[in-house]
Design a binder for this molecule. Sequence first.
Ligand code: FAD
Length: 393
Amino acid sequence: MFEKYNVIIIGAGAAGIMCAIEAGKRGRKVLLLDHAKKIGEKIRISGGGRCNFTNLNIHPNKFISKNPKFIISALNQYNQEDFIKLINKHQIKFHEKKLGQLFCDGSAQQIIDMLLLECQNAKVILKKETIVYNIEKKDDQYLIEANTGKYLCDSLIIATGGLSVPKIGASAFGYEIAKKFNLNIVETLPALVPLTFSEKILEMCKELSGLSLEAMVSYNKIFFEEGMLFTHRGLSGPSVLQISSYWKLGDDIKINLSPKIDMFKFLENKKKLEPKEDISKVIFKILPKRLASLICKEVGVSGNISEISNKLLKKLSNQINAWFVKPIGSEGYRTAEVTLGGVDTNELYSKSMMSIKHPGLFFIGEVVDVTGHLGGYNFQWAWSSGFVAGQYA
Ligand SMILES: Cc1cc2nc3c(=O)[nH]c(=O)nc-3n(C[C@H](O)[C@H](O)[C@H](O)COP(=O)(O)OP(=O)(O)OC[C@H]3O[C@@H](n4cnc5c(N)ncnc54)[C@H](O)[C@@H]3O)c2cc1C
């Protein structure tokens, strides 16, 4: 015998819970299934435990998708202000850290508790540790077989997220269901992920491991000016994570280690005004000491600036303002914050997130080919896409 529901949501992450709340508020009988023991693990570990739950500057240009316009409808229906209203309703204190990024003052658990309370109020039935074995479409309904029972629904929502951080429950389930129903998948790749290097650059990164600075990292015409961190595997920090979502294997990225200063002009000027100044001391004023020493050694400059040819000063400037490096890959899904690609947006109605081919089947959140920049954009996509599906499911 099948238990009957109006709406079944598989995946109780940010998007799935938001959808459950909204559908429940509309009086729909909602069942929310998750294979995990504990709900909201990604929310709990997000933003260093404080959850960067949205951004004040939400705009479609902060998202990557094969169809960049797809996100507009969901954002028009539910944006950062709507989520902030919900946060305020629950009296959760928050602050802007930088660049419009909003974090809880306390802990990310407050967001999970808020969502679970809203679920309870909307009479959502939550079943954890549920393994779904099979999904079939019969007439206009979806039949679901799982270890916790057999279920039947009019609207089935897939909200199982992407592939990042498998140790806290990520799975390819959503993509497999999409394939089963003949929906196209845009190639998936780890994104917002540290980049790895080999040989000389790796040695340099190891030597500088732990050192961070503000840098401008660019790829083609896209650039991010934020923190950059040397690690024992390569490069990380916000600017590198951001560019990782755009970078293609085999290509270089360009790093400006001192984006506010035109180094050649600066060094030329120094040479004129303070010719006796030691070049390392000059560079120490611009870059952290360890990095400055390494660059001077690499370029082969030492001694008084007046004794260094303009050709060498140019080489040194380029090494600082336009350092080209070729990553050999990324740290992969183990540490990636998100998955690039996913269910092709051409398969879905942007207004409702429902499948065009299969009425009643919806995909929301990270499983869809919409990836936000770092800074609260991915959660906003989860809230917005979950909200709209909740209005139509
Ligand atoms: C370390 C880290 C930090 C992050 N920090 C931020 C941040 O501060 N701000 C931000 O905007 N974004 C952040 N992100 C990204 C953000 O967490 C995700 O984009 C967001 O959680 C996606 O929501 P979702 O509901 O689509 O998927 P998820 O949150 O991944 O939820 C998917 C749910 O589906 C369940 N599931 C998976 N497979 C199955 C299955 N086969 N059967 C049943 N259930 C299943 C999972 O257990 C999970 O509960 C971070 C990500 C990571 C990894």
